[in-house]
Design a protein around this ligand. Sequence first.
Ligand code: ADP
Ligand code: ADP
Length: 228
Amino acid sequence: MEILRVENLTKVYGSSDTRVTALDGVSFSVEKGEFVAIIGPSGSGKSTLLHILGGVDRPSGGKVFIDGTDVYSLDETRLAIFRRRQIGLIYQFYNLIPVLNVEENIALPTLLDGQKVDKAHMNEILTTLSLEDRVKHLPNQLSGGQQQRVSIGRALINSPALVLADEPTGNLDSKTSREIVELLKISNKRYNQTLVMITHDQSIANQADRIIRIVDGHVAELGAGRAS
Ligand code: ADP
Ligand code: ADP
């Protein structure tokens, strides 16, 4: 089943002498449960693409369909709700709320949505991420790897259709990076969750079902990952 379809996306930043075409006609689709790695040189448009997939940054042209919804046909209010329910975002620098503890940071998308957190689901996430003994800690009391695990929990709490990760291991040592990728793969397989991850690390990209290479705002190559 197709969960994500991108049609002829374009993104232009600035105007006249500051004009940059960051995306220039990007099309692809992703099946439910797939793990797709996005690779490509710095400045090629990867983060711009991920932000557009995540409902964060409007494209200049083209369409994004997530689970059948034409994302940018939604008004801002509906888009914000759709984003909280259907998209989990993971960043290189965690973006946790410093005054909220581990459990509160993970619960945030559910609480913002006016829903109650399911205790069993929260406990399962804390256990999967080995954060059971850090529930009341604040972000600055955690190591980098632990903070990234919290941000993964926050991305998973609403069981979104799509998990998007922008260089999630970019700030971590290689051992911690491997652990984080293993956790993302576990949630990808265990919950049949779709994962799209930007990475500079070829050994991580090789673990994906498929690799999409972006060069100069184009899809340069749709390569096979571990399937090959
Ligand atoms: P990547 O993630 O592959 O490094 P980006 O998507 O960050 O690439 O950037 C693609 C191009 O768009 C670059 O030339 C960058 O300078 C430009 N760009 C990115 N974000 C902005 C912005 N907010 N305003 C203007 N130009 C931007
Ligand atoms: P790592 O080995 O992953 O780099 P650290 O050396 O940063 O981890 O931290 C080791 C342990 O100490 C972690 O379990 C973390 O929760 C705890 N810790 C780190 N910094 C603090 C802090 N400022 N306050 C309380 N606990 C901390």
